[in-house]
Every structure is written in C-alpha cells, then in structure tokens.
Design a protein around this ligand. Structure first.
Ligand code: NDP
Length: 400
C-alpha cells in the first residue's frame, strides 16, 4: 500500500464556499490539436468546485482510502519542521502544485528513500530537482495541457490591462475619483503593436491565436519552429534568438518552462535590448527573469509595465519588491488554477495515480522524467538540471 503526500494551497480565509457563482462548467471535449482531456476510470468530485486547496484534496481521498492507501494533505510545506518534510520519510508519492510548490530539492529527495513518483497537479516541474530525480530513478509527471488555455487567457488579459492602463484606472474609481487624464496618460491601443512570445508551445501558440484578431504583428522564438502552415495562418515571424526578437517587440510574453537554459534569461542585458517602454508579461516562472532587473527597468522607464503571476520563491515574502514596484499588474500564482483548470488537473492527477498504483504506463505526454532520464514532454521541453536553488526562502512568507 502506498503513502501519498499531497501539498495544496490553503482554503479560503472564510472556509470552503457554500455555493459557487455558476452552476456548471462549459463542456470542453478535447484540447486544441485533438489531445484528449484526462481519462480517469472514475471521478469522486464535482467539477466546478474548489479542488486545489487543502479541503478540496483534489477529490482523491475516497478513491485512495477505498484501495487501502494513505493520503496526507497539507499546506505546511516550507522549512525543516514542516509537515511536508516530516512525511517525506515514508512517502511513496508526492503531489505538489506550481501555485504553492513543495520544493523537492536534492536534500529533500535524500530524506525520502521510498519516493517513486513526484506528480505535479498542473504544469511545470521546475520545483523538483530534476537532476536528483534522474539520479534516484524517480518518475516526475505533470498534467500536460490541463491549464495551458487558462494561462493563455490570463496572458491576453494582462497584456490588455498593462497597455490600456486598466488597473490604475480602476483604482481611481475605487478612490472616488474621475481622473481621466491621470488614467490615460499611460494608456495605449494594442492594435498595430509588435507582440512576441518566448516559446510557442501549448501556451505560447494559444496566446498567438488569441491575439491575432487584435490586428497586432506577431513574433516568436522557439527552439523548434511551428509548422509552416501555422506560421502562415497566424502571419507570425520566427526569430532565431530571444535577443533578436525582443528588439522589435512592444510587448513580450514569456511562455517557456524554467530549466537551466531559461533561468535568468531576462537579466539586465536582455531587458536592455528591449524597446524603451516595452511591456513584459511573465506567467511562466519567476526565475526566468532577474527580480531586481525588472524593478530597475520599471523605475527608469525601460519597461512601461510588467505583469505576471509567477514569483520566486512561492509564496513570495511580504517584502518581495514586485509587490510594490511601479507599473506592475501582478497576481499571486492563479492563472492555471481557475475552477475550470482545477477540474482538469484533478482528473489528470487521478488518471496518473490510477496508472501508477496499477503498474500500467503513464501517458507519454505527462512524463517529464522516467527511467533515469528525461522522458515524454520533459525530453522535448526541459534540460536535465536543477532550478530549485534558493527555494528555502519561501519559509519567510507570513500569511496576510
Ligand atoms: P509546452 O511544453 O507545450 O511548451 C513549452 C515550450 O517552451 C516548448 O515549445 C519548448 O520548446 C519551449 N522551450 C523550452 N526551452 C526553451 C528555451 N530555452 N527557449 C525557448 N523556448 C523553450 O508547455 P506549456 O506551453 O503548456 O507551458 C509552458 C510553461 O508555462 C510551463 O513549463 C510552466 O512553467 C508555465 N505554466 C504556468 C502556469 C501558471 O499557472 N502560471 C500553468 C501552466 C504552465 P521545444 O519543446 O520546441 O524545444
């Protein structure tokens, strides 16, 4: 029988909701391109309800306990005395979320001699030291595509909010003002701008598709080019380096995974290559950009705005400068955990667990590491290193 340790974000401050704003979720039958949504044998939850927080338990408890397994669910994840670290000693499976990541550093992996599966309830496995997982033959899997469209929608929202100066204008309404000139002194149209994405994978390509009707000029950099027909359909220009792309863009959106090749990609120098007054939107991972370079660029005007929902570490400490820098449109890490996304990643987690516990293969597209090497999606999109350094600082967070 297996012990499954699941780290999830806290419940709402006022407790679990008695009701939800909507009665159901729209029916989505497959992802773009025809990939099927998760196909677990059964579901023990109601789609559209909170599943990603501690009391939601990803809808797993009935299934796991019926089969005799042990499920531990906690949000207490940081520091050596955390509940997570104590349960590592005999955990067979760790489930974590990018939104509230249980960082699986090499030190923690060494404290988990039974660990066989590190499963991400979402997309992005950079909170796991992939090199250490490879060395220990631990399988790392995630629910590929489950929230890619959710994030693409968030990216479009953030681009529009920054360029049109939405959040500061909304603040004037809340303050009782009618300060039109204050609102519009930083407000532009997106139409005609050059917008580029770093990576045109599932999210990046969905962002391009969603932006096309805004009559912008589209650009991308990716290690693998999109099919020629897609480039033509979207009228999107491929660049052979990030450096070449950022110099011509008014807006840049980052949609690649965090791994050693992309860590700190947007440092002082890269941001310095961008057009003065460009906007940067990062919903990929906080560590892909240099924290202080972003603050400095907003202060000098090199960047006109920065938005995103990814930080490092997570949760970000109270004094993280992105909480107070000018011209920001930050959210906590929420873009991939809408109620719609939760239903998909909870079903995907259930599918992977059903396979793992029955000893049947996990879908190739869900794999990041298996058999002592990168596998599946991991072999295509990651490099076999570690991006967890510095994650212990998450212990400095104190709840509001
Ligand atoms: P995909 O695997 O579909 O796409 C990732 C793309 O990144 C691939 O096209 C890959 O290129 C590209 N890539 C990898 N390394 C580089 C590099 N060095 N330079 C440029 N491109 C690179 O994943 P998704 O689009 O679904 O997700 C992307 C990332 O977004 C996730 O890894 C995660 O970090 C983040 N994310 C954030 C969420 C949130 O809630 N904010 C939710 C979901 C994801 P190729 O394979 O062609 O080499």
């Amino acid at each position: 029988m297996a012990k499954i340790v699941c780290v999830l974000y806290d419940d709402p401050i006022g407790g679990m909701p008695d009701s939800y704003p909507r009665d159901d979720l729209p029916t989505v039958t497959c992802y773009p391109g025809g990939t099927t949504l998760p196909t677990p044998r059964e579901l023990d939850f109601t789609p559209g309800e909170l599943l990603g927080c501690v009391s939601g338990e990803l809808g797993l408890r009935r299934f796991l306990e019926r089969e005799g397994h042990t499920l531990v669910v906690t949000s207490d994840k940081d520091g050596p005395d955390s509940e997570f670290e104590q349960h590592l000693a005999d955990a067979d499976v760790v489930i974590s979320q990018p939104f509230w990541p249980a960082y699986l550093t090499a030190e923690r992996i060494a404290k988990a001699p039974n660990l066989k599966l590190a499963l991400t309830a979402g997309i992005g496995s950079d909170h796991v030291d992939l090199a250490a997982a490879i060395a220990r033959n631990i399988t790392v899997a995630e629910v590929t595509y489950c929230n890619s469209i959710s994030v693409a929608e968030h990216v479009v929202m953030m681009i529009l909010s920054l360029v049109r100066n939405y959040l500061p204008s909304h603040d004037w309404v809340r303050k009782g003002g009618w300060n039109i000139a204050d609102c519009v002194a930083r407000s532009y149209d997106v139409e005609g701008m050059h917008v580029g994405t770093v990576a045109a994978g599932r999210i990046g390509a969905a962002v391009l598709r969603r932006l096309k009707p805004f009559d912008v000029h589209l650009h991308y950099f990716d290690r693998h080019r999109l099919p020629e027909a897609v480039e033509k359909e979207l009228s999107v220009t491929w660049h052979d380096s990030v450096e070449a792309m950022v110099g011509v863009c008014d807006v840049v959106t980052i949609n690649c995974p965090l791994h050693p090749e992309t860590e700190n990609l947007f440092d002082h120098e890269m941001i310095g290559r961008m057009k003065r007054g460009a906007y940067l939107v990062n919903t990929a991972r906080g560590k892909i950009v240099d924290r202080d370079a972003v603050v400095a660029a907003l202060e000098t005007g090199q960047l006109a705005g920065y938005a995103g929902d990814v930080w490092f570490p997570q949760p970000a400490p109270r004094d993280h400068p992105w909480r107070s820098m000018p011209h920001e449109g930050m959210t906590p890490h929420i873009s991939g955990t809408s109620l719609s996304a939760q239903a998909r990643y909870a079903a995907g987690v259930r599918e992977v667990l059903e396979c793992f516990l029955a000893g049947t293969p996990i879908r190739d597209e869900y794999l990041i590491v298996q058999g002592g090497g990168l596998a599946g999606t991991g072999a295509h999109s990651y490099s076999p290193g570690d991006a967890t350094a510095g994650s212990a600082e998450a212990a400095r967070f104190t709840a509001a």
